[in-house]
Ligand binder design. Structure first.
Ligand code: HEC
Length: 166
């Protein structure tokens, strides 16, 4: 009788443990960081911004090499040249309209961000966009390539002007 009690107490303990583990794993799938993996608009209908990157910047501040950078182009960006640069380097992942729906992006975790919407927010400063495009996913270990050795800073500024105009 005593033995049975111990066995059932152990069984109960194991069940409780599994329940807690299962619960915490369930929590993780709802965590903001993994929301991006679902792609597009999520069921709470917030746009697919890069939660991972935003959290990184909130915790570490924006890289000092980029913080105060301002586009030298003003209104003089060559949007035609910028469009072809964007289509060559970004559209595969972010989609032709910047919605984060490019064919190569679908399988990535996190998925490419909706930059058409993001560039309309106050967080999308020139410095933030230059940093993101230059360093890519290096600081946060995402799949976004670093473009600082592929494009000149001038070319990146043209792309910044282009993605602000989606
Ligand atoms: C291989 C796929 C890929 C390519 C190519 C790519 N990106 Fe990304 N991009 C991502 C992913 C994935 C994220 C989300 C994770 C992150 O922030 O790095 C992202 C995030 C971003 C963000 C941050 C949005 C936010 O919410 O903060 C910007 C801006 C951006 N990309 C612009 C560009 C531009 C401009 C180009 C082309 C020069 C480009 N990306 C090329 C995959 C890509």
């Amino acid at each position: 009788m005593k033995k049975i009690k111990i066995v059932s107490a152990l069984g109960f303990f194991a069940l409780a443990l599994f329940a807690v583990i299962g619960w915490s794993m369930g929590m993780n799938t709802d965590a903001p960081m993994s929301r991006g993996a679902m792609g597009g608009m999520t069921n709470d209908s917030r746009p697919n911004f890069s939660q991972l990157r935003h959290r990184y910047v909130m915790q570490n501040g924006l890289d000092k090499n980029y913080l105060n950078k301002i586009s030298p182009l003003g209104k003089n960006a060559d949007l035609k040249q910028a469009k072809s640069l964007y289509n060559q380097n970004c559209a595969n992942c972010h989609g032709a309209g910047g919605k984060g729906d490019g064919v190569a992006g679908a399988a990535l975790k996190p998925t490419p961000a909706d930059i058409a919407t993001f560039t309309k927010t106050h967080m999308a400063t020139d410095g933030y966009l230059l940093w993101t495009i230059s360093e890519g996913g290096l600081p946060i270990k995402s799949a976004m390539p670093s473009f600082k050795s592929i494009l000149t800073e001038q070319q990146i500024w043209h792309i910044v002007a282009y993605i602000r105009n989606f």
